[in-house]
Every structure is written in C-alpha cells, then in structure tokens.
Design a protein around this ligand. Structure first.
Ligand SMILES: Nc1ncnc2c1ncn2[C@@H]1O[C@H](COP(=O)(O)OP(=O)(O)OP(=O)(O)O)[C@@H](O)[C@H]1O
Ligand SMILES: [Mg+2]
Length: 444
C-alpha cells in the first residue's frame, strides 16, 4: 500500500517530469513535482518527505544538494537519484551522501516503482523502531545549513572525520562547535568508542590535571579514592576539550607533553600508561592572538591546530536562517505537541536579526515562540515580542505587562515540567533572573 505522504519529484525535463508524475499517479501516489533545486529546497524546508526522487544535473545546484537537504530535514528520507550522465564520481558522491538508490537513465518505469516499494518497506521497519525511542533522549546530531560556508565545512568534516588528526574548532558562541565535535566523532572509525566532553573553562586550574590524567587516592586533599582521568576513560574514543583557551600555562605544558607522548601519569602515580584518544578542541577566543600575546603556547597551538574548522556566525550565512527556523519549529512543535506555523513576515524578521548568540539564540527563541504561540501563528509581532524578551531588557512595569510575563513564565515552566534551568534558557534569561522574577511575581 503506498505511503500517504506525497513523494517529492525534482526533474527539470518537462516531458520526463510529466511521464513520471502520470505514472506514479496511476500507481496511487500523490506527487509534488518541481523543476528546480530552488523549488525543491523550498519544499523541503516546509515539511519532511519520506521519499524524494531527483534528477542529478538540474541547474546551478544538483540532485546531490537536494539529497543533502532532504537528509537534513529528515535523516530517514529515502532519496532516489537518477541521471543520464552518471560517472563514478557522481555515483560515489550519491552513495556517500546517503542516496537510497541510483537509477541510470533511461530506466524502466518498473525499476523506479521497485525502488519506491523497497524504500517503503524500509521506512515501515524504521518507523516501528522509532516509536521506541524518545526524542528528548537523543543528543542533537543534525547539522542544518546549506549555505556555501556550511557546504565547505561539511566537506572538511567528511575528509577529516575518518582520520585521527587533531581538530581545532573555532567560532562565536552558539555557532555549533560542540555539534561539529560530536559529528567528527560519530563519523570516525572510533565508534562505538566514547565521546567525552570536558569544559576546560569550568574546572578549577588546580583540579584539571586530576580530572584529565586521573589521581591516586590521597594524592591531593579530597582525593579519597583512586580516580580515573578523562583521557583514560576515553580510551579508543574522542576527548572534546571545550574552551581550550581557558587553560593556564602549567597545564598547557602538561597537555603538550600528553599530545607528544600519548601517555598519562595519574597524579601521585609513578608510572605512565599509554592511551589512545583523539583530541578535538574548541574555543570562541582568538587563540592565534593569544599565541602572539604569549598567553597560549605556540607549540601546543600547532599540535591542536592540525586541522581547523572555523564556524561562521549566523549573520554571515543568513540564507540558512529559514532552514534552521523551520527545523526548530518542527522539532518543538513535535516536542510540545503544538501546530504553530511561522508566517512569511515572522520569518523575514528572523532573517534580519544580528544573532549575537547565533544558532543557539535562534533555537531558544523558536522554542519559546512555539510554547507561547496561543493562536498557532508566529508572525512578525510575535517574533518581535520574543526578541525583546530575550534582549535582557529588565522588569516590565505596568500591571498588564506583568500579567503577560507571569503567564509566559507559567507556560514555559509547565512545558518544561518545572525544570527551572531549561525554562530560563527558553525564556532567554539567566537562572538567577528567573528566580528573581518568580519571587517578584509571587510564584515561588
Ligand atoms: N547548524 C546547526 N544545525 C542545527 N542545530 C545547530 C546548528 N548549530 C548549532 N546548533 C544547535 O545550537 C546549539 C548550540 O550549539 P553548540 O553547543 O554546538 O554551540 P557552541 O559553538 O559550542 O557554543 P558555545 O561556544 O557557547 O559553547 C545546540 O543546541 C546545537 O545543537
Ligand atoms: Mg560549546
């Protein structure tokens, strides 16, 4: 039985397009046919399609771009590519990109139908599995964006992930550094080894050595038992050293030694042990400048900076805003069981923002807008209000404003099951500020 969702067909040749549409229609499928990659990407930004059928050579972009976009909005999407000008490169690129099937033109209509049937059978199987996993438990693993800057990053990622090279990820806050680090690990040969993140900025300098290298019982005050360090715990996996710009001089030296020798000696121990870990580091500081100023060891910087991935701020890739906005809209609609829609005016306002907090800021804004959308429409006015709320502007006076604020806070707390730190994030305020507001509004 054909799936109820429409198939997306992307084909620039008008006669092929109409032949395929008619054929699939007769087979009982609902088909949405478009003739350009632009129209296809637009469709894909509006809803996920379970099955996409696309020609490869289309316009300035190709079926491979359609493939990538389709997989981004729905990793489960089965994409069938077809081309009359296939080459080893295109077939390999299609396979690497996760294409489900590759049909060389001309093909029999029955071959296409067979591919669709096979895709449907697989989808039915994976949906049965899906129901057993809770979306909240899955770590974020989808990287959204099809701007040229992001495509370049995907290319670097696919080249570097399978190697063991150290990678340094730089970029402003909220640009996706941790997400990239996770993707590097999940696309490496180190799976199913562990991915262990360490926030170097939040560990006291006096404890960081024990944290990373481990410590024997009694080796320092408070060490009441032997403790395994991160490097050893992450053996055969990847260690993500976040905020690497925050570590002090003495520890920079210890880390350098480790990178040279790949051995750990726990604090208080007199023997070293070899460990096999890959290092991915990240920072939102200008590390190069810190090296010039003598605040970061140049030799360590060389070791970490074998491959560099520089994430652009969101305002430098505004074309990704609609994709991201719809991705988060769908995600939070699902999570909070809403059906909010984003109007063209709302989207336009989003596209115009400066986004100092980058993707994270956009994400939290959409989460809040979805929770608060009372009539199901997120229009320019709603976006404007949402942006104001998170701009840090403090206490609104006036009774009616206080009332809206109270209502909003209550809604968000309810949606998050009273989780105050999540609620504060969604509301775009510090947790302390939320507590203050709760107290002032008499809600504690
Ligand atoms: N391109 C993207 N597509 C989808 N989600 C993204 C993308 N970039 C970032 N995010 C999401 O935005 C949030 C922030 O990303 P992440 O934590 O990786 O940022 P970061 O660069 O490490 O920020 P910080 O410097 O503040 O630690 C996460 O929820 C992440 O999943
Ligand atoms: Mg981070």
């Amino acid at each position: 039985m054909p799936i109820p969702d429409p198939l997306l067909l992307v084909e620039d040749d008008v006669s092929v397009r109409s032949t395929l549409t008619t054929f699939l229609d007769l087979e009982g499928y609902q088909v949405e046919a478009v003739s350009s990659t632009r129209a296809a990407l637009e469709k894909l930004s509006l809803r996920p399609y379970p099955i996409v059928i696309s020609d490869i050579y289309l316009d300035e972009r190709t079926g491979l771009d359609v493939l990538r976009a389709a997989k981004q909005v729905n990793a489960d999407c089965r994409v069938i590519l077809m081309s009359a000008r296939g080459s080893m490169e295109t077939v390999m690129a299609a396979t690497r990109g996760g294409a489900f099937e590759y049909l060389a033109k001309p093909f029999e209509l029955d071959d296409l139908l067979a591919a669709i049937h096979k895709a449907e059978a697989e989808l039915a199987g994976s949906q049965a599995q899906d129901r057993e996993t809770d979306i909240d438990d899955l770590p974020e693993t989808e990287m959204i964006g099809s701007s040229t800057r992001m495509i370049e990053i995907y290319k670097t990622l696919s080249q570097v992930a399978p190697t063991d090279a150290s990678v340094l990820i730089t970029g402003e806050t909220g640009t996706g550094k941790e997400l990239i680090a996770r993707l590097i690990h999940s696309h490496s040969k180190r799976l199913p080894g562990p991915f262990v993140p360490v926030d170097c900025g939040s560990i006291a300098p006096s404890l960081i050595e024990a944290e990373l290298f481990g410590a024997l019982k009694g080796s320092y005050t408070g060490a009441d038992r032997d403790r395994t360090g991160v490097f050893e715990a992450a053996n055969k996996g990847t260690v993500f050293l976040d905020e690497i710009g925050e570590i002090d001089g003495p520890f920079q030296l210890k880390l350098l030694r480790f990178l040279q020798e790949r051995e750990v000696r726990p604090v208080g121990a007199n023997r070293s042990r070899a460990v096999d870990v890959r290092i991915v580091a990240a920072t939102n500081r200008d590390l190069q400048k810190m090296v010039e100023d003598g605040r970061f060891r140049e030799d360590l910087w060389f070791r970490l900076n074998v491959v560099r991935i520089q994430l652009p701020p969101l305002r430098e890739r505004r074309t990704d805003v609609p994709l991201l906005a719809h991705f988060f809209l769908r995600k939070y609609n699902e999570r909070y069981d809403r059906e909010a829609v984003l109007t063209a005016g709302g989207l336009q306002l989003l596209e115009e923002q400066h986004w100092p907090g980058n993707v994270r800021q956009l994400q939290h804004l959409l989460e809040r807008l979805v929770i608060l959308s009372s009539n199901g429409r997120i229009d320019a006015a709603a976006v404007r209000d949402g942006l104001e709320d998170s701009s840090g502007a403090d206490p609104v006076s006036g009774e009616s404003l206080k009332e809206t604020e109270r209502e909003q806070i209550l809604k968000v707390l309810e949606a998050t099951g009273n989780n105050k730190s999540r609620a504060a994030k969604i509301l775009g305020i510090e947790r302390k500020t939320l507590y203050r507001k709760l107290e002032r509004l008499g809600l504690e």
